[in-house]
Design a protein around this ligand. Structure first.
Ligand code: ATP
Ligand code: MG
Length: 764
C-alpha cells in the first residue's frame, strides 16, 4: 500500500529495492563504493516505519562515525511520514553501548555515572599500574600494553578469556597487568572505549533475561560499514539479533580499513554461516563517480588478492580524468592545492565552479594537515578540520574538562590529579604523595583523601591552605551543578574564573596563551547547546570529530580513515609517496596484509570523488624536522594510463599550471613516472635547490628557519596604515610593525598583536 511518502522506493534500482523491501530475516548487502548501500539502508529504516512494521523505538541502527550517524538521522527524518513520531536509536557502536551500559553499570561493578577515559588517561593509568607492579616502564612502555589490552578487548576477551597462547605478551606480565588495570578502572568508576562493548557483551551473556528484553525491544537491527566491525562488536550484534534475526548489514570488503584496530573482514563471511538463509544482495551500479574515477579506483584495488570481487559500472558522463601532479616539496604541494582550490572555486579551470563545501583534502596521516592549515590561514581560505588534532584534545581544553569532570564525578581521580596543581597552588610531589597515601589507606578517592589529609593535619603550610580552598570550591560547584537555575555556561564560566584557571592564561606571556584563551571561550560557547554539564561531558567523551559548526562555506581537511562513507564533488589526495602512503609503519608491522589495507585505503580515497580527483606527491618532505627525498607511491604506478591526466608542476621544466592546459605526452610511463621526472634537468635543478635549502635549514632550528622565511616574506610587505584581513578577526589597519609581528586595530575585534603571516593584504 505505497503512500505518497513512499516515493523513495521509486528512486531505487531493482537490487536496492529488493534489499529495502525484504523486511524480515537476515539481509547482507555486499557491494562496492558508491553503489547506494547507505542510501538503501536509510530507505529501509523509513520503509519499516512507513509500512507500520516497526515503531521508531524498535529500530536500532549503528554506523561507524558520529558524522555518519548525524547524516543518517537527517536523511531518515526526511523520508519518514509525518504521522510518525520519535526517532530510532541511531548512533555509533560506542554511543549506543554507553547508553545501555549506563542503565546496567552495576552488573559489572560500576556506577551509572562512570567516566569514559580517553587514550591519554588510559596511558597515565597504565603507567601507574606498571610501576605498581615494579616493572620498568622504560623497557615496557605503557603505550604498548595499551595496544595489547585494546586488541584483547576488541576480541571480547575479558581477563578470564585470554587464551593461554596469548599470555606471553609483555614479558609474560600482560595478563596480570590487564587484571590490575581492570581493577583500577573499577575503583575509579571508569571504563575505556573497549570496555563499552566488552561490558555489554559480558552483561548480555550473563543475564539472558535482560538480553531477551533487549531482543524484544529492538526488533530490527541495521549496520552500516559492516566490514569494519571487530569481534566484540560482532558478538554484541549477534546476541541482540539471535532471537528475531531481523538484521541487515551492509558493507564492502574492499573498504575494510580498520584491521589495525581489530576489525575482521571475516565477519562478512561468517554472516551467512551464523544467519543461515540470509538474503544476500549485490549492487553493481555506482551512482557517485565518473567512469574515469571509477576505473582508476578499480584498477588500484585489483592489486589485492583474496577479494570477494565485484563488477562496478556507472552511467554518469565521462568528465575529467584523474589528475596527477608531482611537486618538489610538501610546502609547494600545499601551496598548489590552495591555489587550485581558489581557481576551481572561481571556475577558471574551465570546469563549472566548485563551492568550497564541495571540495575536500584527504590525507593519510594527520601530521600532513599542518602544511595545509598554515597555508590556508595565510591565504585566508576557510577550512574545517575533521578529526586529526582535535579541539577537545588540546591542553587547555583537557584541563578545563578536568575541572568539569571532578565537579560532576568526585571520584574521578585522573581528573583530580590533572587539576590539583593547575594553576600552581603549591601542591608539590610530597603533598601529592601524602594525599595518595591517605586515599589508598582509607580506600577512598583522591578528592576524599585530600580532605582527610587536610583535616588530619597531614598537609602543612601552603599546600594545606590551597587544598582546603580547592575542596571548598569543588564542593560549591558540585552543589551548583545539582541546582536548577544555573545553566552549564554560567557554571563553566564560574569554575574557570574562580579556580584561577583563566587568570593563569591571562598572566601567561607565551605566544600560545591568547589562542588558549580563545579556545576556552570556544569551549564555553559549545556548552550553550547542553542542558547540563553532565550531558556535555558525555558528548565530548564520545565525540570523534571536531564539529565546530560555524557558518560559511569551507574546504574540508580530514584523514582518509575519517572520510569513509562520505562523498565530495572534488577530492585532493596529497602525499602519495612511498613510506607515507603506503605507510611504512603499516607495512613494517603487518607486511603484505598491511600493504593491502593501505591499498584499500587508496580505493576508499579515490571513490570519495564524484567529479574531480586530484592525486599528488612531493619529491621532498620534512619528516620529524628532517628533509627526506621521497619516491612516488607504488599506487601511482597502478593507476591506469587511459584514465589519468598528468599536470605539469609549477617550476618544473619552467612550466606552470596557470592558464596553460594540462600538459600530456604520449607515453604514460614517461609522464607519471618517477624515473623520467627524476632524470629531467628541471627536476635535478629542483632537487639541488631543495637540498641547499635543507642544508641551510639544518643549521637552524625549524622554528628559526620558519621565522627566517617569515622575515623575508612578510615583514617587508606590510607597513603602518596598511589595510589587512584576518580569517577570524576580519578587516583592520596595521598600527605598528615589530619584527614579524604586527599590531593591528581590527574594525570589530579591536587591537590584536599577530604574526604577519596570518594576515593578508586587504587590497589583494
Ligand atoms: P560507500 O561504500 O562509499 O559507503 P554507498 O554504497 O554507501 O557508498 P551511497 O553513499 O549510499 O553509497 O550512495 C552514493 C551516491 O549515490 C549518493 O549520492 C546517493 O544519493 C546516490 N544513489 C544511490 N542510489 C541511487 C539510485 N538508485 N539512484 C540515484 N542515485 C543514487
Ligand atoms: Mg555508505
Amino acid at each position: 500500500r505505497p503512500t505518497a511518502q513512499m516515493d523513495y522506493l521509486e528512486g531505487l534500482n531493482t537490487a536496492q529495492r529488493a534489499a529495502v523491501e525484504a523486511l524480515d530475516g537476515p539481509v547482507l548487502m555486499l557491494a562496492g563504493a558508491g553503489t547506494g548501500k547507505t542510501k538503501a539502508l536509510t530507505c529501509r529504516i523509513a520503509h519499516l516505519l512507513n509500512t507500520g512494521r516497526a515503531r521508531p523505538h524498535e529500530i536500532l541502527a549503528v554506523t561507524f562515525t558520529n558524522k555518519a550517524a548525524r547524516e543518517m538521522k537527517t536523511r531518515v527524518a526526511g523520508l519518514m511520514g509525518e504521522t510518525i513520531e520519535g526517532m530510532p536509536w541511531l548512533g555509533t557502536f560506542h554511543s549506543v553501548c554507553v547508553k545501555q551500559l549506563r542503565r546496567h553499570a552495576e552488573l559489572v561493578g560500576l556506577k551509572s555515572n562512570f567516566t569514559i577515559l580517553d587514550s591519554d588517561d588510559v596511558i597515565r593509568l597504565l603507567k601507574q599500574v606498571i610501576s605498581a607492579a615494579n616493572i620498568d616502564e622504560k623497557r615496557w612502555p605503557a603505550r604498548q600494553l595499551a595496544g595489547i589490552i585494546d586488541a584483547w578487548k576488541n576480541r571480547a576477551w575479558t581477563p578470564a578469556k585470554v587464551p593461554s597462547g596469548e599470555q606471553a605478551a609483555f614479558n609474560g606480565h600482560a595478563l596480570d597487568l590487564y587484571k590490575a588495570y581492570q581493577a583500577r578502572l573499577k575503583t575509579l568508576n571508569a571504563c575505556d572505549f573497549g570496555d563499552l562493548l566488552l561490558h555489554m557483551v559480558t552483561i548480555f551473556q550473563a543475564h539472558p533475561d535482560l538480553l531477551a528484553d533487549y531482543q524484544r525491544r529492538f526488533r530490527f537491527l541495521l549496520v552500516d560499514e559492516y566490514q569494519d566491525t571487530n569481534v566484540a562488536q560482532y558478538m554484541w550484534l549477534r546476541l541482540l539479533a539471535s532471537g528475531h534475526k531481523n538484521i541487515c548489514c551492509v558493507g564492502d570488503d574492499d573498504q575494510s580499513i580498520y584491521g589495525w584496530r581489530g576489525a575482521e573482514v571475516g565477519n562478512i563471511l561468517r554472516f551467512e554461516k551464523d544467519f543461515p538463509g540470509a538474503k544476500v544482495v549485490r549492487l553493481e551500479q555506482n551512482y557517485r563517480s565518473t567512469p574515469h574515477i571509477l576505473a582508476a579506483a578499480s584498477a588500484v584495488i585489483e592489486g589485492n588478492s583474496g577479494r570477494l570481487g565485484k563488477t562496478l559500472w556507472t552511467a554518469t558522463p565521462d568528465g575529467e580524468k584523474v589528475r596527477l601532479i608531482g611537486h618538489w616539496d610538501g610546502e609547494e604541494e600545499a601551496r598548489w592545492i590552495g591555489e587550485e582550490i581558489e581557481a576551481m572555486q572561481s571556475g577558471t579551470r574551465g570546469m563549472t565552479p566548485f563551492g568550497l563545501d564541495s571540495m575536500a583534502i584527504l590525507v593519510r596521516a594527520s601530521h600532513q594537515m599542518r602544511a595545509f592549515e598554515d597555508r590556508f590561514l595565510t591565504i585566508g581560505l576557510p577550512y574545517r578540520v575533521i578529526g586529526g588534532p582535535r579541539f577537545y584534545e588540546r591542553l587547555e581544553i583537557r584541563d578545563a574538562m578536568g575541572y568539569f569532570r571532578v565537579v560532576m564525578s568526585p571520584e574521578d581521580d585522573l581528573a583530580f590529579e590533572r587539576i590539583v596543581n593547575t594553576p600552581k597552588r603549591g601542591v608539590g610531589g610530597k603533598a601529592m604523595q601524602d594525599i595518595q597515601h591517605m586515599a589508598r589507606s582509607n580506600g577512598v578517592a583522591l578528592k576524599e583523601g585530600a580532605r582527610l589529609a587536610v583535616e588530619g593535619g597531614v598537609l602543612k603550610g601552603k599546600a594545606k591552605g590551597s587544598i582546603a580552598q580547592l575542596l571548598a570550591d569543588l564542593d560549591r560547584w558540585s552543589g551548583l551543578a545539582g541546582e536548577a537555575g544555573i545553566g552549564p555556561v554560567e557554571l563553566a564560566e564560574q569554575i574557570l574564573d574562580e579556580s584561577g584557571y583563566t587568570t593563569m592564561w591571562l598572566n601567561d606571556k607565551t605566544p600560545e596563551a591568547p589562542g588558549r584563551l580563545e579556545n576556552l571561550k570556544e569551549l564555553v560557547k559549545a556548552l550553550e547547546q547542553f542542558e547540563n554539564l553532565g550531558g556535555f561531558l558525555e558528548h565530548v567523551a564520545l565525540i570523534m570529530d571536531n564539529e565546530s559548526e560555524e557558518a560559511g562555506e569551507k574546504v574540508t581537511l580530514m584523514t582518509l580513515h575519517g572520510a569513509k562513507g562520505l562523498e565530495f564533488p572534488a577530492v585532493f589526495l596529497p602525499g602519495w609517496e612511498e613510506g607515507l602512503f603506503p605507510s611504512q609503519r603499516s607495512m613494517d608491522e603487518s607486511g603484505q596484509k598491511g600493504l593491502e589495507e593501505e591499498r584499500r585505503l587508496a580505493y576508499v580515497g579515490i571513490t570519495r570523488a564524484e567529479e574531480v580527483c586530484t592525486i599528488s606527491f612531493a619529491g621532498n618532505r620534512r619528516v620529524y624536522g628532517q628533509w627526506q627525498s621521497q619516491l612516488p607511491s607504488r599506487f601511482i604506478d597502478e593507476l591506469p594510463e587511459d584514465h589519468v591526466d598528468v599536470l605539469t608542476p609549477p617550476g618544473l621544466y619552467g612550466g606552470g599550471y596557470g592558464a596553460a592546459a594540462p600538459q600530456t605526452s604520449s607515453s604514460f610511463e614517461s609522464r607519471v613516472a618517477k624515473a623520467d621526472v627524476y632524470e629531467s634537468p628541471g627536476w635535478k635543478r629542483l632537487q639541488e635547490r631543495s637540498q641547499q635549502a635543507a642544508r641551510a635549514r639544518a643549521k637552524t632550528t625549524p622554528s628559526q628557519a620558519r621565522d627566517m622565511v617569515i622575515d623575508m616574506k612578510a615583514v617587508s610587505s606590510f607597513g603602518i596604515g596598511d589595510r589587512v584581513f584576518h580569517q577570524k578577526f576580519g578587516y583592520g589597519e596595521v598600527m605598528e610593525v615589530e619584527g614579524d609581528k604586527l599590531l593591528i586595530e581590527f574594525d570589530r575585534a579591536g587591537p590584536k598583536k599577530l604574526v604577519a603571516k596570518f594576515v593578508v593584504d586587504a587590497a589583494s
